[in-house]
Design a binder for this molecule. Structure first.
Ligand code: URA
Length: 187
């Protein structure tokens, strides 16, 4: 990990901005290519991520990693992080005060990595990055803007796993479109 991200990780390890650090096994800072064109932002670590200290390594993560191939990407090509860096108990939804406390770290990661695309995974990441109340269903599969970043919302893979016949094909389609956007001239 390059120095700027390594230094940031040390700061995040020591963060006591909310209470979630008390229940974690591991900090889930983020992983991947520090010079990625694509930053993938999920919601929060689950049990498997907490155990391994790495985002998207459980069932959802395995599906997400498969989805990258539809965009011509390997997991190692992108950088993967979450809105929350510590696991909420019982995988409950992030609380507004936790999002407020934790997202300055994501902002700093984004500033260091300086991606071209931010792929927001699910409602929490999409609504935080786009500052909207609209759900991902209305926003998915199209490019939006947040500052200088192209923001591309997709369904959460956990939702696709629960709806294999309907949502999974849409998730695949959205990643194929992302691949086209990445390959487009001038992109
Ligand atoms: N779901 C998320 O949103 N992030 C993870 O890291 C794992 C599951």
């Amino acid at each position: 990990m390059p120095q700027a991200l390594e230094q940031l990780r040390v700061e995040v390890e020591a963060c006591r901005g909310c209470t979630l650090w008390q229940g974690r096994a591991n900090l889930v800072f983020g992983v991947g290519n520090p010079q990625a064109r694509v930053l993938v932002v999920g919601e929060a670590p689950g049990a498997e991520e907490d155990a391994q200290g790495e985002p998207f390594v459980g069932r959802s993560g395995k599906l997400l990693t498969e989805m990258f191939a539809h965009a011509g990407l390997a997991r190692e090509d992108v950088y993967i992080a979450n809105i929350l860096k510590c696991r909420p108990p019982g995988n409950r939804n992030p609380l507004p005060e936790e999002i407020q406390a934790c997202t300055p770290w994501l902002r700093e990661q984004t500033r260091i990595i300086n991606p071209e695309f931010i792929v927001t995974v699910g409602n929490f990441a999409t609504q935080f990055i786009l500052k909207t109340d609209l759900g991902v269903t209305k926003l998915r599969g199209r490019v939006h803007e947040a500052g200088r970043f192209k923001v591309y919302p997709v369904f959460h893979p956990a939702y696709a796993l629960r709806n294999r016949n309907t949502v999974l094909p849409q998730l695949e389609e959205d990643f194929r479109t992302l691949g086209q956007l990445l390959n487009a001239k001038g992109a």
